[in-house]
Design a protein around this ligand. Structure first.
Ligand code: WT7
Length: 634
């Protein structure tokens, strides 16, 4: 491992070097990992084809970096502390050596079930250590994991499985979130009716509930393990540019995008940023509350922390069970030093009596983190005052599924903070603010659209099966640059504050949701003619969803029933996370003369911000705007 950046001065030096001489900079960092064979070239960029390669020709296996290389010195160090949903159940402590054995053994299970390098394996699992084991076992043998967040519906699961033609699905029978049982296996069974590529399902028994198994297709995790006597599994040799995983994220149009991350650059990026942003030290206990079904869990519960030899906490439950003190109870119990969560969780917790915080000893905490959406002033101060007691730096980390690793963030205790600002770009990251004419804004302070001038090691390499869409989405807005989809403000010091999405993606409770697939789900209803979905500010979720719907004249369904049926359709096609908070029935949607729905106006109305609607006279049907405003649901 290379040394962490330990001063603001060093940050500035490294930043300059990373821009002026990226090959030397990243090559030196990559030297700190274990490679079977060194790379031929550090960095190659074919702008024309939007092709990026890092450490090409280098051979490695990421699990040798996350497991094997720690065994000699740190074999008995705890790699994972697992905290169950139900506080009466035992926590599990898994050392690096134990994790190594479990991963190797399960990797042999995968092989035994016909999985080879390059095969896609879908994981639809709760937050249990077996998810990590399955994930790393895939990486061990060069299979590509595609983890689907276990809150997605069966049809969302099925379409993700089909897009990448997964051969194997790994799941659990049932899981509790709070007091609510969720039958994951039943969701899988439904999904598999439409997913013929899956030949086998491995089911981990999380509860004692009877589980229906399909003969010839479904096998139990435990039974499969019993067949394996070999607790070692040689790691497959991977090229730095071989695929490590696919992770789906919402797009502003159409179906979800399977972002492809490759082995070498992702490992270097996630580990380097983990070490420097969080400034993890030996014996610290690091806890990121995200679900591994999102990129935050991939990079900052598993790959980054394990490659850095850290102790990482995995929590199965929810912040509200048995009560809203659960997070703080865990911090006290495990003596957590680093706590990394989302603004939506902070806002929800801040609504409950402060006694639920004060009950617990939080003195172990050294560093706090925030991720997923802009953190507002109130939430920042509540977090800083009540959780950090004014002594823990808050790293507000801006990044994306596509970026693979943190891009803009303070380094805890090293670089200066500014509340509600993600602050400065990390070394290797070259942000640019772009104006409406596609020109870079060089002055500060300024506001514009956020782009990146050069690729970094952990950038996603493509969209699985659709490189053209990758080019169009990320590399066509601004010549030679990566477009983030976010707007940002830069202060005179060069600190960035992310202002939110500028496309048709809405971040609800930190979850990235495209409005197009939600609209498609609503349109499925036979009584619906047309609809438009926009986000509006919400004090806990950050944003919530507002739908404007026109219905057919003959509709006899009551509006309340229709609202319910629409939300049922959304739950079925995407999942409960995409539920609409408000549905307004309208006689028409405001459209331009070319027939394009004016979402900008609908967004303003839903946000109760109608003082300046802009020019509506060019609309085909300006009269509906008044009608919509008169009946708006606030
Ligand atoms: C979008 C990416 C990788 C983080 C988990 C979400 C928003 C993320 C911040 C932040 C303001 C943020 C952006 C981004 N976002 N972190 N610290 N401040 N906004 O990953 O699902 O790919 O969503 O989340 O809008 O584009 P994701």
């Amino acid at each position: 491992m290379v040394d962490k950046i330990h001063s603001y001065k060093k940050y500035k030096e490294d930043y300059i070097e990373s821009v002026e001489n990226p090959e030397k900079f990243w090559g030196d960092i990559a030297e700190g990992f274990s490679w079977r064979k060194k790379w031929n070239t550090v960095f190659k960029h074919d702008k024309e084809n939007a092709e990026v390669k890092w450490f090409e020709g280098g051979k490695l296996n990421i699990t040798e970096n996350c497991l094997d290389r720690h065994l000699e010195k740190n074999g008995n160090k705890t790699a994972i502390i697992w905290e169950p949903n139900n506080p009466d159940e035992e926590s599990r402590y898994i050392t690096y050596r134990q994790l190594y054995v479990k991963v190797s053994r399960f990797a042999n299970v995968l092989k035994n079930n016909g999985i080879k390098k390059g095969d896609r394996v879908c994981l639809y699992m709760p937050m249990i250590p077996e998810l990590t084991i399955a994930m790393l076992a895939c990486a061990r043998i060069g299979a590509v994991h595609s983890i689907v967040f276990a809150g997605f519906s069966s049809s969302a699961l099925s379409s993700r499985i089909n897009d990448s033609e997964c051969k194997l699905l790994i799941t659990a029978n049932e899981v509790y979130r709070g007091t609510k049982p969720i039958n994951l296996k039943a969701v899988c069974d439904e999904a598999l009716e439409d997913s013929p590529s899956v030949e086998k399902v491995i089911v981990y028994r999380r509860t004692v509930e009877p589980t229906e198994m399909k003969e010839g297709r479904d096998v139990f995790w435990f039974d499969e393990l019993q067949k394996i006597e070999n607790f070692e599994c040689d790691a497959e040799e991977m090229d730095a540019e071989d695929m490590l995983f696919i992770l789906y994220t919402s797009g502003s149009t159409g179906k979800p995008k399977g972002m492809v991350h490759t082995t070498g650059g992702y490992m270097v990026g996630s580990t380097y940023t983990f070490q420097n942003v969080f400034q993890y030290e030996e014996d610290d206990v690091y806890w990121c509350t995200a679900d591994i079904g999102w990129i935050t869990g991939h990079s900052y519960i598993i790959y980054g922390p394990l490659a850095a030899g850290a102790t990482t906490v995995m929590f199965e439950g929810v912040p509200s069970y048995p009560d809203y003190g659960r997070f703080w109870e865990i911090v006290e119990k495990l003596k957590v030093t680093h706590f990394y969560t989302a603004p939506t969780a902070i806002r929800a917790l801040a609504k409950h009596p402060i006694s639920l915080v004060e009950k617990y000893d939080l003195s172990s905490l050294k560093v706090l983190g925030s991720v997923g959406e802009p953190i507002n002033e109130d939430a920042w101060h509540w977090y800083n005052d009540n959780i950090g007691k004014g002594t823990c730096p808050i790293v507000d980390t801006w990044w994306q599924t596509e970026t693979g690793a943190i891009m803009i963030s303070a380094m805890a205790g090293i670089t200066p903070l500014r509340p509600t600002f993600a602050t400065m770009p990390l070394p290797g990251v070259q942000p640019a603010l772009m104006d409406e004419n596609g020109k870079e804004i060089l002055d500060s302070p300024a506001e514009g659209r956020l782009a990146m001038k050069a690729p970094w090691p952990s950038v996603a390499r493509t969209i699985y099966g659709d490189h053209q869409r990758y080019k169009d989405t990320y590399f066509s807005a601004y010549e030679g640059m990566y477009f983030t989809g976010d707007g940002a403000y830069r202060d005179a010091m060069g600190n960035y504050r992310i202002t939110g999405r500028v496309d048709d993606v809405v971040i609800v409770s930190g979850h990235n949701l495209g409005t197009a697939p939600i609209e498609n789900a609503i349109d499925e209803h036979l009584d619906v003619v047309e609809c438009a979905v926009v986000g509006f500010p919400h004090d806990v979720k950050g944003n919530a969803l507002y739908a404007y719907v026109t219905k057919i004249d003959e509709s006899v369904t009551s509006e309340d029933d229709l609202r319910k049926e629409i939300n049922d359709l959304i739950r079925g096609s995407i999942g409960a996370i995409a539920k609409l908070d408000k549905i307004q029935f309208v006689s028409g949607l405001p459209k331009t003369r070319s027939g394009k729905i004016m979402r900008r106006i609908l967004r303003k109305i839903a946000s109760n911000d109608t003082s300046n609607l802009g020019d509506t006279s060019t609309l085909l049907n300006p009269e509906v705007v008044t009608e919509i405003m008169d009946n708006v649901i606030l």
